[in-house]
Design a protein around this ligand. Structure first.
Ligand SMILES: [Zn+2]
Ligand SMILES: [Zn+2]
Length: 214
């Protein structure tokens, strides 16, 4: 059973006001599965495609994963705020693919949103260039067939899902050991990648079926 968080009293006007352009950045409101937080993506001008990648990962790819694949993440739901601001960056200077921002370290955008809405708001960042270049495991271990150039875009999608969920887990459970959070998101990456590859290679498996074990 998923707990549905109470709906926000008056989000639309405030969120629309915060959407649009703020100092060289643009905002996009993303609604995924109703049980999951709203995401407010904040991205540099010119990075609309990267923002749409995050939107597709959250609204399309993640909800279509098998129940078995999603279930470890459903434990996060009661601990997540109703709205999460996602700051998209090209890269993080430290090389990380993402961070969660502990309470008190959020950007002005998030602090303003939290005070306007009077509700819990969280913040994470994700680094889209870093995600593109990330090489989590030898892809040769998968049955790739003649995937060729599509592989890079499948990797970006799977890695975006994994990094997003990794940082949302930190936001929900900041004290969980990194090793465990990392183990879960690596397994998520593998499952998403296998599912995407299977769906693309027309092997008769779709995202709604169990992906073959690599
Ligand atoms: Zn870092
Ligand atoms: Zn981590």
């Amino acid at each position: 059973m998923l707990r549905r968080r109470p709906s926000l009293v008056h989000p639309p006007g405030i969120l629309e006001r915060l959407s649009g352009r703020i100092r060289g950045r643009e905002q996009m409101l993303v609604r995924g599965d109703p049980d999951w937080p709203l995401l407010l993506l904040s991205y540099p001008r010119g990075a609309l495609d990267e923002a749409k990648e995050v939107e597709a990962a959250y609204t399309h790819t993640f909800p279509l994963l098998t129940q078995e694949t999603r279930s470890p993440y459903e434990a996060l739901l009661p601990a997540l705020p109703a709205i999460v601001v996602v700051l998209l960056r090209r890269r993080n200077p430290c090389g990380c693919l993402g961070h969660y921002h502990p309470r008190g370290t959020e950007s002005r955008l998030t602090r303003r949103l939290a005070s306007d809405l009077g509700s819990a708001t969280g913040e994470i960042d994700i680094a889209y260039e870093g995600i593109r270049e990330w090489q989590p495991q030898p892809l040769s271990s998968m049955a790739l067939g003649d995937m060729g150039g599509r592989l890079a875009s499948l990797h970006v999608r799977a890695a975006t899902v994994a990094v997003l969920m990794h940082e949302l887990e930190h936001l929900a459970f900041p004290d969980a050991p990194e090793r465990e959070t990392r183990g879960r998101s690596n397994a998520l990456y593998s499952a998403v990648m296998s599912g995407l590859v299977a769906a693309e290679s027309d092997s008769g498996y779709g995202m709604a079926s169990s992906p073959p074990r690599p």
